[in-house]
Design a protein. Structure first.
Length: 17
């Protein structure tokens, strides 16, 4: 599970926080 979708789902919430 190292697809761009998974990575983006982890990166975006981190930036929003």
């Amino acid at each position: 599970m190292n697809t761009p979708s998974v990575r983006q789902a982890c990166i975006e919430p981190t930036i929003l926080s």
